[in-house]
Design a protein around this ligand. Structure first.
Ligand SMILES: Nc1nc2c(ncn2[C@@H]2O[C@H](COP(=O)(O)OP(=O)(O)O)[C@@H](O)[C@H]2O)c(=O)[nH]1
Ligand SMILES: [Mg+2]
Ligand SMILES: [Zn+2]
Length: 352
């Protein structure tokens, strides 16, 4: 039997990773679906909490009814105005730009400015959204060569979350000292136009390039626990000494040393928000129908599927599945797409 020759279709290469692309596409698709009443529109934020104010401080970390803020290079602990409280916690997140007022001996956060971007997930243990970081330019997705093993599924979820929140993304592959080369699964991200940084905190490798990329921007470091997020901040700015911890021998994962998100400022003008490691990232404000648009290589093929509402899972004449067969779409990316889509369908299924 002769080997079937499949003509390689135009690859997605050399495309810059621009959240605006996905944003435009998602908005178009949303508009189309709204006509049919099929999509819930997620507002960027609950407007009632936000006001156009002139901010004089930056939230470092919220702490119940209090919050640490940065105000002209000095850290202060402030009380949060009742109007910004939602139950026992405030609506604030690291990176929020706030207006702080002196009230006798107290400093009180009176107002918070509307966010220009955010990284969110569904809140754990309650309904609604948890904003992990606000006003970020870039989501830095950190993975490691080993300990813990390279996990593309989580990277794919962060890529969706970054775009949904209006931020750029870049990928750091840390612990390069633990392998002789970059994990094979990284190439599809390069092909997508994502900037990839190979680093080793142990050997202080790759820090100059990463430092230059983050300088002057606000970023949030995300990824599995134990991949070296806190170590990267320590390596980028030796005056910062965040606690890091040995990997547990039994689980091969770091114990949770960082328990809350916190903002740091570096001498090169970078602002970096460190986050606790998580096992799985739920997606906020993304419907299963619009997921295609957050997987750029799938969105590019979907137009050629026979069925307009093709889910690329079981339909015949699916251009996406054909591209996976021919190797134009990375199998791992497709598998992630299917898993994420299925979890979104389960989450949004009506309860009877
Ligand atoms: N071999 C090696 N170990 C690293 C590297 N970066 C961090 N680690 C170690 O990995 C463990 C977890 O690091 P940590 O920064 O706490 O990870 P986080 O949970 O992502 O913040 C610590 O024992 C670090 O010393 C690296 O580049 N190479
Ligand atoms: Mg940490
Ligand atoms: Zn399809």
């Amino acid at each position: 039997m002769s080997k079937k020759i499949i003509k390689k279709s135009k690859p997605v290469r050399r495309r810059q990773w621009d959240p605006a692309d996905a944003d435009t596409l998602a908005r178009e698709s949303r508009a189309r679906r709204e006509d049919r009443g099929a999509v819930r529109v997620t507002p960027m934020e609950d407007r009632e909490y936000f006001t156009e104010c002139t901010p004089n401080a930056l939230v470092i970390t919220p702490y119940g009814a209090l919050a640490f803020v940065l105000r002209i290079d000095t850290e202060y602990l402030c009380r949060v105005d009742d109007a910004l409280m939602d139950g026992k916690t405030s609506v604030l997140a690291p990176g929020d730009e706030v207006f702080v007022e002196e009230d006798r001996e107290d400093l009180v956060i009176r107002a918070v400015r509307p966010r220009r971007s955010k990284l969110s997930r569904p809140a754990v243990g309650r309904n609604g959204e948890q904003v992990i970081a606000a006003n970020i330019d870039c989501v830095v997705i950190v993975a490691s060569v080993a300990k813990p093993a390279f996990n593309p599924g989580l990277i794919d979820r962060y890529l969706v979350a970054a775009q949904a929140g209006g931020a750029k993304a870049l990928l750091v592959i840390n612990k390069m000292d633990l392998g002789d080369r970059e994990p094979e699964g990284v190439q599809p991200y390069r092909d997508l136009g994502l900037d990839v940084f190979n680093t080793s905190c142990a050997f202080h490798m790759g820090m100059e390039r990463l430092s230059a990329a983050l300088a002057g921007h606000v970023s949030v470091l995300t990824g599995h626990s134990g991949v070296g997020k806190s170590s990267l901040i320590n390596a980028l700015e030796p005056t910062i000494r965040i606690d890091t911890q040995e990997i547990s021998e039994s689980t091969q994962k770091g114990r949770h040393t960082t328990t809350y998100s916190k903002l740091y400022t570096l001498d090169n003008g970078a602002t970096i928000i460190d986050t606790p490691g998580i096992k799985q990232l739920g997606l906020w404000g993304v419907s299963p129908e619009e997921l295609d648009y957050y997987f750029h290589e799938i969105a590019e093929r979907a137009a050629d599927c026979r069925f307009r509402n093709c889910t690329h899972i079981h339909e015949p004449h699916c251009a996406v599945k054909a591209a996976v067969e021919s190797g134009d779409i990375a199998k791992a990316r497709y598998n992630s797409y299917v898993r994420v889509r299925q979890s979104l369908v389960e989450e949004t299924a009506p309860e009877y």
